[in-house]
Design a binder for this molecule. Structure first.
Ligand SMILES: Nc1nc2c(c(=O)[nH]1)N[C@H]1C(S)=C(S)[C@@H](COP(=O)(O)OP(=O)(O)OC[C@H]3O[C@@H](n4cnc5c(N)ncnc54)[C@H](O)[C@@H]3O)O[C@H]1N2
Ligand code: MOO
Length: 407
């Protein structure tokens, strides 16, 4: 059976991602949020010409090596000198302090000697030296950051320096996580050998939060059609932007998610794709309202769920917040450290180690076991080695492509 290519599924998903509305947040709650409006500087910085060093403010023409100047005052950060540097005089100055009128250079204190009020210059001054010009960083009204930008630690300093206390950002997408399967129990609850711990909940919630979502744990549904339908119905009515289900996505007798979603009015635009791991992936939206929540059905196998979340959920959450997400997969170049077999129709994302580098490219070796239920080697992997559909066998030293496990 021909399966939908990964990039086609991704394009359908991103096309459905209309951005959420904006809200204002104070700067100390803005980390990781995505700007919904540009940030404009509300002040010019520095606000005046200031010294970049501790030393003496001078008129360069008076301050050749061995000239002696008379000290007439001090300019410290926050406490400017009120007077003027007249010929033959100097003002003690500190880093960040306003340059006094009349001065046009700074001589650093290491290049002077001082006896009382007499300051002798030992290195000739140069006009403009060690002076930060007013507006050298940015000026009032300047656009500092554009909409769609995700705020990093350094952006917060810039915004604060621009005297902006509050920013307009995309509301956090509300994401509900619905786990399914009779076998699932939570960690610490004394799972028997026949049971499985609901590990996906933790990796998916973490990935979603890292991508800016507010995550709601909607619990674990049993493998029962009526209960699955009821759980899905409640989730669809819970005011979510995105509903993520895990498990029950395949074709077994207990795989109820696709029929339950369809019965509850979700139109599945994607169901089964050419991806390993992650073939049973589903994507859809409620047929009636045609809007929210977007529904992403992930396979139950933990590695499949994680890989699908990296490929689909993270870009979807970014797009919902107005980030300009690239239309396709962002693969990076690498080199093979050993031979790999020919691939079949599914794009293959193999857990791999980086074992060195060659010509500036990481040297990558797939881990020997690729079973999509195995989490220990997902934690051990450095990257995912990507094999395109029908890629021929390749040898050590050949170019390859990788997909990051972290941003
Ligand atoms: N005859 C076929 N069988 C299977 C196919 C197929 O095409 N034909 N596809 C296989 C592929 S590929 C995958 S992936 C799995 C996915 O199946 P489901 O999405 O239906 O997942 P489940 O059967 O519910 O669970 C699979 C596995 O994962 C465990 N699980 C489920 N939920 C969680 C969770 N939240 N955290 C941790 N582990 C979870 C579950 O206990 C099972 O062990 O189907 C193949 N079969
Ligand atoms: O595609 Mo499944 O996701 O092989 O494990």
């Amino acid at each position: 059976m021909a399966l939908m290519p990964v990039e086609e599924a991704l394009a359908l998903l991103l096309a459905a991602a209309r951005p959420v509305e904006a809200e204002n947040v104070p700067l100390d709650g803005a980390q990781g949020r995505v700007l919904a409006a540009p940030v404009l500087a509300r002040r010019t910085t520095p606000g005046a010409d200031v010294s970049a060093m501790d030393g003496y403010a001078v008129r360069a023409q008076d301050a050749a090596a061995s000239a002696t100047l008379t000290l007439i005052g001090e300019s410290a950060a926050g406490r400017p000198f009120a007077g003027r540097v007249e010929p033959g005089t100097t003002v003690r100055i500190f880093t960040g302090a306003v340059l006094p009128q009349g001065a046009d250079a700074i001589v650093i204190q290491e290049d002077t000697t001082r006896e009382g009020e007499a300051v002798t210059v030992t290195e000739t001054a140069a006009i403009g030296r060690h002076i930060r010009k007013a507006g050298g960083d940015f000026a009032t009204g300047e656009t500092l950051l554009a909409p769609g930008h995700r705020l990093r630690a350094r952006d917060l300093a810039l915004i604060a320096a621009a005297d902006v206390a509050e920013v307009s950002v995309a509301r956090r997408p509300r994401l509900g996580l619905l786990s399914t399967g009779d076998e699932l129990v939570r960690p610490g609850e004394g799972a028997g050998a026949h049971q499985v711990i609901v590990s996906n909940l933790y990796s998916l919630a973490a990935l979603a939060r890292e991508a800016g979502a507010e995550v709601i744990d909607l619990g674990i549904l049993p493998d029962d059609m009526a209960k699955t339908r009821a759980g899905v119905r409640d989730a669809l009515g819970a005011g979510l932007d995105v509903l993520v289900t895990t498990g029950g996505a395949s074709v077994g007798d207990h795989d109820l998610i696709a029929p339950a979603l369809t019965a509850e009015g979700v139109a599945l635009a994607v169901h089964k794709i050419a991806l390993r791991p992650g073939k049973p992936l589903m994507f859809g939206s409620p047929a009636k309202e045609a809007a929210r929540p977007l529904v992403l059905g992930l396979p139950g196998n933990p590695v499949s769920a994680h890989v699908c979340a990296l490929i689909f959920l993270v870009p979807l959450l970014k797009a919902l917040q107005g980030v300009d997400v690239p239309p396709g997969l962002e693969l990076r170049p690498a080199r093979l450290a050993g031979p790999v077999k020919a691939n079949e129709q599914r794009m293959d994302f193999q857990r791999a180690e980086i074992v060195g580098d060659e010509d500036g490219l990481p040297l990558v070796r797939p881990l020997p076991v690729q079973d999509s239920s195995m989490l220990a080697n997902l934690a051990r992997a450095d990257v995912l080695l990507v094999r395109r559909p029908f890629a021929p066998a390749a040898q050590a030293g050949e170019d390859c492509e990788i997909f990051p496990l972290e941003d």
